[in-house]
Design a protein around this ligand. Structure first.
Ligand code: PEP
Ligand code: MN
Length: 336
């Protein structure tokens, strides 16, 4: 739509598209409103649509993902959760343990990451473990604990949702849903989260192409939830010295193809504690909107992912080092 298009022109167009049996989806930007239309293009007369009041341009989207595409929405999407903005140029840091283990562990991790300036507390309560015999997470009890601690310490929360049956309970206690790499193509879960009013952090599957990754985000957006944060967490290659291979080219590539924010998870990306800080700095230098980092008060004793968890001291040092890197590329790191 043209800049400053009146509400009645927008509504008129939406009604007309609905009458044709198409699915119009308005994307409200700061500059203008874009109306994405999904359906059989043979029903549309581009010439007729172009002549409707306040229509600026009618354009076919060639990519298989539509709502996610930067062709559809030129401006960056900014997602706001309880005052924390993701995608607005400032670097956002999510940090905390891989798993919520007990009250003392989570409280000390939360206090430490908050003191170092992190914005969002991470912690898994439903854990996607490779073996059914490994610790599966504290479930709802863990989420309740996280909510209480985060409210107390003053942090926004993110936690993984593994299954459609858990969407409600995770929604009740957590601010941002995390969809793990193993669930990137769990389409029923994506559709369910698409109906939610809370943002979704979608991790790239270990063997997913960028196109598949963006199409997974399209599933969430297609159901109406446009608050999707993408996350590169490493892919599986022939390399065995690192847990995964972390392709940072994903960041500029996704920025080119999509308006959605993208962050990087260097912890799962490399799986080795000593490589987490350098890859964090590199991710920010590459243009990532933020990071999600595993931090544990005592990594040696961690029930999950201890080898890749930073100590609270290492995390504090990393946060100090991030500021100048962000600044060097014209970004900032507002400490929480
Ligand atoms: C995690 O964040 O602890 C996790 C399981 O991540 P991923 O889905 O990327 O493996
Ligand atoms: Mn983990």
């Amino acid at each position: 739509m043209k800049k400053n298009a009146p509400e009645e022109h927008i509504q008129h167009l939406i009604d007309e598209l609905k009458d044709k049996g198409l699915e119009p989806m308005p994307l409200i930007g700061t500059e203008r409103v874009v109306i994405a239309v999904i359906g059989d293009e043979r029903i549309l007369s581009v010439r007729h649509l172009s002549s409707m009041p306040s229509v600026s341009k009618v354009m076919p989207i060639l990519h298989p993902y539509k709502l996610v595409s930067r062709e559809t929405k030129h401006e960056n999407t900014i997602i706001e959760v309880k005052g924390v903005k993701i995608g607005n140029g400032e670097v956002v840091v999510m940090a905390g343990p891989c798993s919520i283990e007990n009250h003392e562990q989570l409280l000390s991790a939360a206090r430490a990451v908050k003191n170092s300036g992190a914005h969002i507390l991470r912690g898994g309560a439903f854990k996607p473990r490779t073996s059914p015999h490994s610790f599966q997470g504290m479930g709802e009890e863990g989420l309740k604990m996280m909510k209480e601690i985060a409210d107390d310490v003053g942090l926004v929360t993110i936690s993984e949702v593994l299954d459609t049956r858990h969407v409600e309970v995770v929604h009740d206690h957590v601010d941002i849903f995390q969809v793990g790499a193993r669930n990137m193509q769990n389409f029923e879960l994506l559709k369910e989260l698409g109906k939610s009013d809370k943002p979704v952090l979608l991790k790239r599957g270990a063997s997913a192409t960028i196109k598949e990754f963006l199409l997974a985000a399209e599933y969430v957006m297609s159901e109406g939830n446009h608050d999707v944060i993408l996350c590169e967490r490493g892919i599986r290659t022939f390399e065995t010295d690192t847990r995964n291979t972390l392709p940072l080219a994903t960041v500029p590539l996704v920025k080119k193809l999509s308006h959605l924010p993208i962050i990087v998870d260097p912890s799962h990306g490399v799986g080795v504690r000593d490589f987490v800080a350098p890859m964090s700095l590199a991710a920010i230098a590459a243009g990532a909107d933020g990071l999600i980092i595993e931090v544990h008060p005592n990594p040696e004793k961690a029930l999950t992912d201890g080898d890749q968890s930073l100590t609270t001291e290492q995390f504090a040092k990393l946060m100090d080092d991030l500021g100048p890197v962000a600044k060097a590329i014209g970004r900032s790191l507002n400490l929480h």
